[in-house]
Design a protein. Structure first.
Length: 295
């Protein structure tokens, strides 16, 4: 897989720069924007139950790809109305919050969990510029291609307090979830305004569609303090077993896997699942053209 990706990357780079040299109009640019959640899926809920007979569950849908986006791009013409582009960028996702405020058989539980994501993207794309006149200051374009998500990371922070007549427990935990590489679609519709022969501004709306599967998760920070009968017990990260701290995810599991964490010296094994990262939003960018000026 890695050899195939490396080969494709080399072919694209060679094609891009060979055309750039021939037509002498390569360009580089930067962009920054904000992506809204697209194709939302279930992420969690806000749950409350003040007693054993009353409860409320608010389902939260969204996409972990919602948030800030940015990157750099390099490109060159492959014909009069099309450019080949390589986009390198990433995202820093919005923080989602989920709560649980309940009473379970006399024990009050107040828990808050937050999750946000970040990751890197590589997008080989073709930028089409139909009906484009080189003398026009304002032109429109569309970009189509695929994206390669170079993994991703979710940071999950949980704070919880449990209180009853006999004890009180306060805990905090930080968990890092890592994703596998993933493929998806990337497309945009935008307009470009020439500032002069070598510089331009662009504004575009972009859609990215992709999901990522979990690869592993690790608890990187943990603290739990329990108080009962005037005595306190503290548990820290160093007290946790490997099975408690680490989890690996597989497409299929069997009885030989450490699914119940019974082997404390090995990570717990769980079934692999996918999370949504699709987004659509707006980006503003700046480009510098070399040699022949903006097209």
């Amino acid at each position: 897989m890695k050899k195939t990706l490396t080969f494709l990357f080399g072919v694209v780079c060679c094609t891009l720069f060979n055309n750039a040299s021939a037509q002498n109009q390569p360009y580089v640019g930067v962009n920054l924007g904000y992506g809204l959640g697209a194709v939302p899926a279930y992420l969690g809920s806000n749950y409350s139950s003040p007693n054993d007979s009353t409860w409320n569950d608010e389902i939260i849908y969204g996409s972990l790809g919602k948030g800030l986006t940015g990157g750099i791009r390099i490109g060159a013409p492959i014909c009069e109305s099309a450019d080949l582009e390589l986009n390198f960028g990433g995202w820093h996702g919005k923080k989602y919050t989920f709560t649980d405020n309940s009473n379970y058989f006399g024990t009050d539980v107040n828990s808050t969990m937050t999750i946000n994501s970040c990751g890197w993207l590589f997008e080989p794309m073709i930028r089409f510029r139909p009906c484009h006149d080189q003398d026009d200051r304002l032109s429109w374009y569309t970009r189509q291609g695929f994206l390669l998500a170079l993994g991703g990371k979710n940071t999950v922070v949980t704070n919880s307090t449990s209180t009853s007549t006999f004890f009180t427990n306060t805990s905090t935990q930080t968990q890092i979830e890592k994703a596998n590489m993933g493929f998806g679609y990337s497309g945009a519709l935008g307009a470009e305004y020439k500032l002069n022969d070598n510089m331009s501004l662009n504004l575009e709306t972009q859609f990215r569609g992709f999901n990522l599967s979990w690869k592993s998760s690790t608890i990187t920070d943990y603290s739990s303090v329990s108080t009962s009968g005037g005595q306190s017990t503290t548990v820290t990260l160093a007290d946790l077993t490997v099975a408690q701290k680490e989890t690996v995810y597989k497409k299929s599991t069997n009885n030989d896997d450490n699914t119940n964490g019974t082997d404390e010296t090995k990570p717990t094994v769980e079934s692999q699942e996918y999370k949504p990262y699709s987004s659509w939003g707006f980006r503003i960018g700046f480009a510098i053209y070399f040699g022949g000026g903006t097209r």
